[in-house]
Design a binder for this molecule. Sequence first.
Ligand code: FEO
Length: 183
Amino acid sequence: MKTNRLSKTLAAALNVQMTKEAHASQLYLSYAAWAEQQGLNGIADFLFRHASEERNHMMKILEYISKRGAEVLVTAIPAPPENPASINRCFEQIFTHEEGNTTAIYKLVKMSFDEADWATWNFMQWFVKEQVEEETLAMNLLNKMKIADGEKISGEALYVLDRDLKNTPDEIIAAQDVTTEHP
Ligand code: FEO
């Protein structure tokens, strides 16, 4: 009796996304190690925490594939990109990465919609909301850099940014959860 509740196409696409999340974790991990080598321990801390969050995203997808009765395919993780040339580039590359991930998530949403696989569509909504948060987080980093003069950031501003990011919460309030008391 067939108990697999995922189509071949969706199972394959979810497995690909699972590896993408693992790759995202490696990317944040490598940027974190790079930042630490630059003496930016606060930024490194922030990025290390985010690497762990990406690993959790990977795990969510792995469990979903498994619980729907399809085969989980753990494959090699592509190498992370080269170290960024500056902290400004680091944050730009993070934003570009998150934009790309949103596109990949939207494709999965569309695929599940087209197949009328409402369980997968519903599962993917968590990722849609998460990507809004991830993009906001990356935008906030870029905005901070813009205020600090981007590539021309002074040593003093970098010191403050590094100190602040150490204590920056990993989660931001999504627009859906905003109230007048907590904008
Ligand atoms: Fe798993 Fe940064 O999205």
